[in-house]
Design a protein around this ligand. Structure first.
Ligand SMILES: NC(=O)c1ccc[n+]([C@@H]2O[C@H](COP(=O)([O-])OP(=O)(O)OC[C@H]3O[C@@H](n4cnc5c(N)ncnc54)[C@H](OP(=O)(O)O)[C@@H]3O)[C@@H](O)[C@H]2O)c1
Length: 329
């Protein structure tokens, strides 16, 4: 038996219009899977990388984009005992969430605690767990850490400012693309905000740090902030390059890291940090904790109908969004 669902599907990669609204037949959940009826679906910049072809879809073409959602378990396959029909769950998982319902590997699901609503849960799992590992595992920030976080008013950025403030970090420098975004970033905990479209962010960081540079730079912009991000670091500082909203960082020789001060570089991905079930549970629990106690507010600033996913992608790519974006089925 199968279930009919509606989904956005990409048959050929390219601009946002390549997503087509279609009716699909969803098979019964297989062994280890659960069928989740979505209540809300998270939109992430990585969805654009797959849709545009910057990242090849592991499933090949056609594919249903999206890797994050919240919904109700409707049915489970053989061997699934951790969740049951009726449970309210959220996940970060394989491609396929831009659909009214889908099958998800059950070991990727977490129960959503009371007090966290559907749209917030859908919009915070990927971005929030990313901030958790960036600040608490990749480079463990302390109150003394001097950090720079690019795209501070974006989905990941607004969570990062609040979480860093909650951890007591005293110098949280953010970059943004407009003055309106600067206000949002300041309200989210950034102690210094630079508009990198009108200011030289390297010179500004040097001024703020009195020439010392940062301990860590979290860089998801990629091409446009390279190699400037390296010049914002102190000797032996860490460059965490974790995204490419402006395009890929060009190839370079490791000698550059030596010239810029024996720097460390890492190119992390959330999926590696939560690959083990225990890590997923600990990371999600940490996120739910800061959200439930109000230390981090998920700023859901854009909501679109799932059928209008094209508009959501266009706005995200054109830098018109702030905070979190979700699609409602
Ligand atoms: N590696 C991981 O584990 C991981 C996980 C989650 C997200 N990420 C990365 O983190 C970044 C943020 O993700 P998000 O979903 O929260 O998106 P987002 O920050 O809400 O949106 C991207 C932002 O990047 C900035 N940007 C700078 N140059 C840009 C350009 N040329 N085109 C478009 N945007 C540009 C824009 O802010 P301004 O206008 O203020 O510059 C834009 O709003 C993305 O690069 C994503 O790939 C990585």
């Amino acid at each position: 038996m199968s279930t009919i669902v509606n989904a956005q599907r990409v048959h050929a990669t390219g601009p946002a219009e390549m997503m087509k609204w279609e009716e699909l037949s969803l098979a019964e959940p297989g062994p280890g899977e659960a069928r989740v009826r979505h209540r809300a679906i998270g939109v992430n910049y990585i969805d654009i990388y797959f849709r545009s072809g910057l990242y090849p879809a592991p499933t090949g073409l056609p594919f249903v984009p999206g890797q994050e959602g919240c919904g109700i378990v409707e049915a489970v396959g053989e061997g699934v005992s951790a969740v049951k029909p009726g449970d309210r769950v959220a996940y970060v998982g394989p491609l396929g969430s831009y659909a009214t319902a889908r099958n998800v590997p059950a070991d990727r699901l977490v129960l959503v605690p009371d007090g966290v609503d559907d749209a917030i849960a859908a919009g915070m799992m990927l971005k929030g767990m990313t901030v958790q590992y960036l600040l608490r595992r990749t480079y463990r920030v302390t109150p003394e850490t001097v950090m720079l976080f690019h795209a501070a008013a974006g989905g990941v950025g607004l969570i990062a400012g609040q979480w860093a403030r909650h951890l007591g970090v005293r110098t949280i420098i953010g970059t943004v693309g407009s003055d309106a975004k600067a206000e949002l970033a300041r309200a989210a905990g950034y102690t210094h905000v630079i508009n990198y479209r009108s200011q030289d962010f390297v010179a500004e960081v040097r001024k703020i740090t009195e020439g010392a540079g940062c301990d860590v730079v979290y860089d998801s912009v990629g091409k446009d902030t390279f190699p400037g991000s390296l010049d914002c670091l102190r000797p032996l500082g860490m460059w965490v390059t974790f995204g490419n909203a402006s395009g890929n960082v060009p190839d370079f020789s490791p000698g550059l890291l030596s010239q810029k001060g024996s720097l460390f570089m890492t190119r992390p991905s959330l999926f590696a940090y939560i690959a083990k079930r225990a890590d997923l549970e600990a990371t999600a629990a940490d996120l739910f904790d800061v959200v439930k106690k109000g230390a981090v507010e998920i700023q859901l600033n854009q909501t679109y109908a799932l059928i209008d996913a094209i508009a959501a992608h266009k706005d995200l790519e054109a830098r018109r969004t702030t905070g979190t974006t979700v699609l409602l089925p």
